[in-house]
Write a new protein. Sequence first.
Length: 290
Amino acid sequence: MPELEKVSLLQEMESMTPTPESLAEVVLFIKKTQTFGFAYPNAIDFVGTWGSGLPRINISTPVAVLLSRLWHTVAKHGNNASSWRVWSFDVLEQLDYPIPQNDDELRSALASSHLVFLHAKKFYPIMRHVAWARKAYWKPTIFNLLWPLLHPLDLDYQVIWCSDEQYMHLMARTSHILWRKYIYVIRGHNWLDKVTLTWPTKVISLKNGILTEFDVQPEDFWFATIAHFDQIAWWDLEQNLSIVRSILDGTCTTAHADLIAANWALALHLLWAVSDLKQWAKLMQQAMSL
């Protein structure tokens, strides 16, 4: 199909809301084209649908690194940003983390480390056929819903960050059809697609086939509600890198560290590592010292 026709098709699809069944069917079709990968159910991933548009630091990378320091296997599936936003692999390329290029390297990385980063384009080359059209169209499309559901390792644990509330139940129900066991779909009430510190955060939980819904407050993590989003905002890659590095070495003194801690604590809650969100503090201290 000519590229401009693909753009027109994406525009037509914008008005369509997929059902969980139809979305799962597309996921299974694309996974048939997967180049390599295997089941690794005990790992956890953190992944978003599309960004909120808010100027924030990259959150998933430091959360992944800190969680792996407590010997929880993290298999982070992600990509580069297609716009001004800073995504996980934009940060990782600057921090020199190794990224497996084939099945043998992936197995070796899992055997030697609790932290593995999986670059999406290595696993689903079929997606190259829509790469130009997605950039040209600019707006979020159905492919933004597909990426969180296409993890190459078929793991059981996943935190899905969703900036659009209308898709939260869709992602949770589709995950259930795909036999995912433990899922949190998260959206801050200030439109941040993460646990936020300026408003409550909505969580849709899927655990062993049971869907529930609840809110978490900054106070649930021992943090006071922040009055202005500017206190946890940041814009460019260099500033992102500086803050991420300070968080990982335990020297960050701004509210960005609290933002990371809150998202990290909710991941521990999903993994059954803490029963009370306020228990995160002791574990965070252990992770920072490693």
